[in-house]
Design a protein around this ligand. Structure first.
Ligand code: NDP
Length: 282
């Protein structure tokens, strides 16, 4: 029976560190501020934006939500981003996704100052993941790594099998976990016999978006299982891993909810703080 990795406890620890750093910055007269842009009224995006607002207030980060109607033209969104780029009181900028269809996600994301890009989606930050330079990197793949490191799980020298090569989680994770000296295998929808690969993993990381797809018989006994998946099912949410069967095989496992997803917001705040350091070094 696997050890349960407690994402909420890990998140609480990181939150304490963030609050302490924010307090120090405030003493120096720097008030960290996150600006979130919400175009349209996608119900999930509204909920995410509001929950970030509550969480920001708790750690002492100032928060401003900019809402724009769904019919807003691209130039207007980019003009707001440019204004926030130039505003020294704003240290992090996030665009809630999905954007309305008439807006180009690539053009909008690329307009954000890379040093304020707390979502780690700007092409320059994507490049820094490959080159190893200091940049701002996406929160969810970072969460997958932090949750292991802070639970005393050794990554170096381990064989990590990542299931999913999506732009948000799987792909950036490949390069982030390589920096921690894992040996990495990446699986995706065209991988034949997925279980053949996952059964060889010391660490399985699921980033697929398919409810309970990875079963216990696909896990090597004693392996670490990290589930980044969030799937809505009747009566709540579940991960990409079939928790009930996987926990019997795994040595350690993250639950959903209460696992990787618990760290996401606080790691965005860590990016705000890292952004401040990068902006100071300009
Ligand atoms: P994407 O849809 O971008 O990518 C999904 C990946 O899974 C693709 O690479 C796809 O392969 C692969 N895949 C699909 N079906 C299979 C299959 N049967 N076998 C193997 N691989 C398969 O997803 P995201 O990267 O955006 O998100 C991944 C998961 O992470 C989702 O559950 C999402 O909800 C969750 N998530 C969680 C967050 C959090 O805060 N915890 C934040 C963001 C996302 P192919 O490339 O061949 O199509």
């Amino acid at each position: 029976m696997a050890n349960l990795i407690d994402g909420k406890a890990v998140a609480a620890k990181i939150r304490e560190e963030v609050s302490a750093e924010v307090a120090q910055l405030r003493e120096q007269g720097i008030i960290p501020k996150l600006a979130v842009i919400l175009v349209g009224d996608d119900p999930a995006s509204v909920v995410y934006a509001k929950s970030k607002q509550t969480a920001s207030n708790k750690v002492g980060i100032e928060f401003e939500l900019f809402t724009m109607p769904a019919t807003t033209q691209e130039e207007e969104v980019i003009s707001l981003i440019e204004r926030l780029n130039g505003d020294q009181a704003v240290h992090g900028i996030m665009i809630e996704l999905p954007l309305p269809k008439h807006l180009s996600k690539e053009r909008v994301m690329s307009a954000v100052d890379p040093k304020k890009d707390v979502d780690g989606v700007h092409p320059i930050n994507r490049g820094y993941i490959l080159s190893g330079e200091e940049g701002l990197f996406p929160a969810t793949p970072q969460s997958c790594i932090e949750i292991m490191l802070r639970s005393g799980i050794e990554i170096s020298g381990k064989h990590a099998v990542i299931v999913g090569r999506g732009e948000t989680v799987g792909k950036p994770l490949v390069f982030l976990i390589l920096k921690h000296n894992a040996t990495v295998t990446v699986c995706h929808s065209r991988t034949p016999d997925l279980g053949y690969f996952t059964r060889q993993a010391d660490i399985v990381i699921a980033a697929v978006g398919k409810a309970k797809m990875i079963k216990g018989d696909m896990i090597k006994p004693g392996a670490v299982v990290v589930d980044a998946g969030i799937n809505e099912i009747e009566g709540g949410i579940c991960g990409d891993v079939d928790f009930e069967s996987a926990k019997e095989a795994a040595g350690a496992i993250t639950p959903v909810p209460g696992g990787v997803g618990s760290l996401t917001t606080v790691l965005i705040f860590k990016n705000v703080l890292k952004g401040i350091r990068l902006q100071q070094a300009r």
